[in-house]
Ligand binder design. Structure first.
Ligand code: BTN
Length: 328
């Protein structure tokens, strides 16, 4: 643990009480000048810290950041842990960073997070709106022992984990739109972009990229997505701690992944079906260049959408954009 993290931990434990500079320098075995430098850096990161020559230092308010210090120094949950969190203030894309780290051998459970992305990637080559400090941009590395054909299961599993964490943490009625959009009252609150690297007969690694609109306000949404998107703050009417929400999402992914490994995919898919908002609905599905209209009969255990088309045929659809014809 770095001196800065230890200092922050001590101040958090103090719970509103002052800590003397001398006491801190003794406990952390560094000079008082070094303590002052760390306090200065913490303030730059957004922590509100009072200082007094007589009383020392007092942490008034933690910063709303996604760094390991806020997710929880010393925090672990199965494959995840504070030691495996890589935080960027700015990066091009956390997925891109995580793919590069995974290619270099980074272990399962490595998490890349950013306060903002300059090249956030969405599905089907779209751009992911990534303003600074408001939302969650996170990518998780997994190394499941599955054949490449089963990789879509990881995305469906992530959608279950994300929807359940959002429900638990915010009490908002999160639903899953096939394949992996998370909606609140028909508007998108989160998206998942999974990228994989495979050997001939097995998956080498998977990166699950999670974009969650958390504290963005309606007025901040670009006009082209304002009609279709929402955030926890817009839907729930209040700001929430991004770090607490991310912790809950990671714990949820960890629990789903453990269940997937022990019991197989079937129980996860049952949960996916419970949370979905497309089965039984009349929809159009846009696939690059073609459009099908019909009723969704099911989503099978490989995540394939089974559509009863208007001409009575059954279509198996592997990827596309679904629009419900009767909105929620
Ligand atoms: C979608 O199109 O619905 C998927 C969006 C996924 C966005 C996230 S943000 C964190 C991670 N890094 C990226 O570049 N994309 C994903």
């Amino acid at each position: 643990m770095s001196t800065k993290t230890k200092l922050l931990d001590l101040m958090k434990k103090q719970d509103g009480q002052w800590l003397s500079g001398e006491g801190l320098s003794r406990q952390l075995a560094v000079s008082r000048a070094a303590i002052w430098k760390h306090i200065h850096n913490l303030r730059d990161e957004g922590y509100i810290i009072d200082s007094s020559t007589r009383k020392g230092y007092l942490l008034r308010e933690s910063a709303d950041r996604l760094a390991a210090d806020e997710i929880g120094s010393g925090w672990t949950s199965g494959i995840f842990g504070a030691e495996k969190i890589i935080h960027h203030d700015v990066t091009d894309s956390t997925n891109r960073r995580a793919m590069a780290l995974a290619a270099g051998g980074a272990p399962e459970g490595t998490l890349v997070v950013a306060e903002t992305q300059t090249g956030g990637r969405g599905r089907r080559g779209r751009v992911w709106f990534s303003p600074a400090g408001d939302n969650i941009y996170a990518s998780v590395i997994l190394r499941p022992t599955i054949p490449p054909g089963q990789a879509p299961r990881i995305t469906l599993m992530a959608a279950v984990a994300l929807a359940e964490a959002l429900r638990k943490q915010t009490e908002l009625p999160a639903r899953i739109k096939w394949p992996n959009d998370i909606l609140i009252s028909g508007k998108k609150i989160a998206g998942i972009l999974t990228e994989i690297s495979t050997d001939m007969d097995r998956v080498d690694y998977v990166v699950i990229g999670l974009g969650v609109n958390v504290n963005t306000r309606a007025a901040d949404l670009p006009s082209d997505i304002a009609r279709l998107a929402t955030s926890v703050r817009i839907a729930g009417g209040r700001r929430v701690s991004r770090a607490a929400l991310l912790r809950s999402i990671l714990e949820s992914i960890d629990a789903c992944y453990a269940q997937f490994q022990v019991e197989g995919f079937s129980p996860i898919m049952d949960r996916w079906r419970r949370h979905n908002n497309v089965i039984g609905q009349r929809v159009t599905v846009d696939m690059l260049g073609t459009r099908h209209t019909g009723v969704v009969e099911n989503v099978d255990d490989d995540g394939v959408l089974i559509l009863r088309t208007d001409d009575g045929g059954l279509k198996r659809i592997f990827s596309g954009d679904v629009t419900r014809l009767r909105p929620e």
